[in-house]
Design a binder for this molecule. Structure first.
Ligand code: SAH
Length: 257
């Protein structure tokens, strides 16, 4: 890559990061669903070791820390997200419970059998669901849990427009029974799964972005990356309202055998 391309790339990266750091969370979710998913997990104590992978700025991490015992290590690729998370942790005086670390989900800093729980909301798609299940499993103790959200089809068939959008964005999207079978094949008991309600997408994600988009477009009105980014976000929100019967996020909870 030429130096010029590299700096353009880095600039794009910073802009995308700035946009997503301006909103409460970086993917669909809510405190209620984090707590509901936690209700299926029964092995946690003050000594438990938890990983929150692809944590973003830590929206779900704080909910986890308030509702479960144990120590949480949060991993995200974007240093700015980790800085914001650690700042928030300091403000809330939770340093002995939560630590944010910059890192990649394909090279995690854990030992085999170290973890009691792996948490990951709206992030495993970055390496793919099946690959993530397979690679992360070794870090869990036998009897440890994994709790992840993943985009999934709700029906056997769907309109072409949404099918082709997802084929392009994330071809590994699949139906709930197929995802559950993948969890079982990867060596987990599929303990539970449930569909995230619509408010996780609308109130907690897309509506949060309306004001952020206005401010962002004012600041970067001449910038093609910023304009493209916001167009994409608006298009996604529109598709969601049109096709929400056909797809969404599902929380999958598995227990390592
Ligand atoms: N869990 C948060 C963020 C979800 S967005 C929430 O639900 O709000 C997905 C996150 O995955 C982003 O923060 C992104 O920076 C992170 N990410 C992308 N690729 C990654 C990788 N290879 N390793 C770690 N984190 C990654």
């Amino acid at each position: 890559m030429s130096q010029e391309n590299k700096s353009i790339h880095e600039f794009d990266f910073n802009i995308i990061c700035e946009y997503f750091s301006g909103i409460e969370r970086q993917g669909p979710g809510s405190p209620e669903v984090t707590i509901k998913a936690l209700s299926f997990i029964d092995n946690l104590t003050n000594e438990s070791r938890i990983a929150d992978i692809g944590c973003g700025t830590g929206g779900q991490t704080m909910v986890l820390a308030q509702n479960a015992p144990g120590k949480i290590t949060c991993i995200d690729l974007f240093p700015k997200f980790i800085d914001m998370l650690n700042e928030n942790v300091r403000k809330r005086n939770l340093q002995d419970r939560i630590q944010g670390v910059v890192g990649s989900m394909d090279n995690l800093p854990f030992r085999d059998h170290e973890l009691d729980l792996i948490w990951s909301e709206g992030a495993i798609y970055n390496i793919g669901f099946e690959r993530g299940l397979k690679e992360w499993k070794r870090y869990l103790k036998p009897g440890g849990y994994i709790a992840i959200t993943e985009s999934s089809w709700f029906t056997e068939e769907r309109p072409d427009e949404i099918q082709s959008f997802w084929n392009d964005a994330y071809p590994e999207i699949d139906t709930i029974p197929n995802k559950v079978a993948q969890i079982q094949k990867a060596g987990f008991i599929p303990v539970a799964n449930f569909i995230l309600p619509e408010n996780c997408w609308m109130e907690h994600f897309y509506h949060q972005q309306v004001e952020a988009q206005r401010i962002f477009l004012q600041k970067y009105k001449e910038n093609p990356t910023a304009i493209d980014l916001i167009e994409n976000q608006r298009h996604e929100a529109l598709l969601y309202s049109k096709y929400k019967e056909y797809y969404g996020y599902v929380f999958y909870i598995g227990k390592k055998i």
